[in-house]
Design a protein around this ligand. Structure first.
Ligand SMILES: [Zn+2]
Length: 260
């Protein structure tokens, strides 16, 4: 039953054994995916093609290319992906169609942006101390509709411990049709910290950066409880944002991308 107890009697080469086992594991995994697709028909969360929860092409569009932005109140935001095409469809399916199976690929993208935030010395500061990840909260009503907190699910899939430090203090109108200033007014006072944060250093986690108004409100609530916001990390950013400014791309960060 156990894969570890399987042996390959005619092969005494460790490397070959490793390769065979890897091949077997991969083959079994593929076969299980296909069997699962027959039992529970699935479609790609990014393009609706059949039989895969996430097709190879859409999985490729979820490979993070983190970029840096700034909110109107100057919180630096590290965003993993452009919120468009398959990225947008996967995130919407994850949030609104119970596609919680997408938490894992989204968490990998989130982790890339978080790593970039933590690698930036000027963003984190040199005076050390632990950093807390705080998720932007969603309303109880949204939770009742969905049955889960999308950002918390992504953080959990990424293996990131986080406390539920903020809660929604007032219901807000849908931000969709509002401009940058209207959003800021709409969301002001929306969050409150559930406890005193002392001298904690905080990274705010959210799903999508649009104008930055929501992140600014989260930062206000965290500061009001004594916390210091050092950055925010989001899975996506809306390319046509009104107020959030792009202040750098990932091109100059870490690895060179090579001539294009
Ligand atoms: Zn797809």
């Amino acid at each position: 039953m156990h894969a570890r107890s399987m042996t390959f009697p005619d092969d005494d080469n460790d490397n070959d054994n490793d390769k065979s086992l890897r091949w077997l594991t991969e083959t079994v995994r593929e076969a299980l995916r296909d069997a699962w697709a027959v039992l529970m028909p699935v479609e790609c969360a990014g393009c609706q093609s059949h039989d895969r929860a996430l097709c190879h092409e859409c999985a490729r569009s979820l490979v993070a290319e983190p970029t840096i932005h700034s909110t109107p109140q100057h919180v630096r935001v590290y965003a993993a992906l452009r919120y468009e095409g398959p990225v947008r469809r996967v995130l919407l399916a994850f949030k609104n169609q119970h596609r919680t199976d997408q938490a894992r690929p989204l968490s990998l993208a989130f982790l890339s942006a978080l790593r970039m935030a933590l690698d930036m010395p000027d963003a984190v500061g040199v005076d050390g101390g632990p950093v807390q990840i705080v998720a932007v909260p969603t309303s109880k009503r949204a939770y009742r509709t969905r049955g889960y907190y999308p950002v918390s699910l992504v953080l959990r899939a990424a293996g990131i411990g986080h406390a539920r430090v903020l809660r929604v203090a007032k219901e807000t109108r849908s931000q969709k049709l509002l401009g940058a200033q209207q959003r800021a007014a709409n969301v002001h006072g929306a969050f409150v910290a559930t406890r005193w944060l002392g001298a904690s250093r905080v990274i705010i986690a959210d799903d999508v950066l649009t104008t930055g108004a929501t992140i600014d409100e989260a930062a206000r609530a965290i500061s009001a409880a004594g916390g210091t916001v050092i950055a925010a990390v989001t899975i996506g950013f809306t390319p046509r944002t009104g107020a959030a400014r792009d202040i750098a791309s990932s091109e100059g960060y870490g690895k060179e991308k090579g001539a294009q």
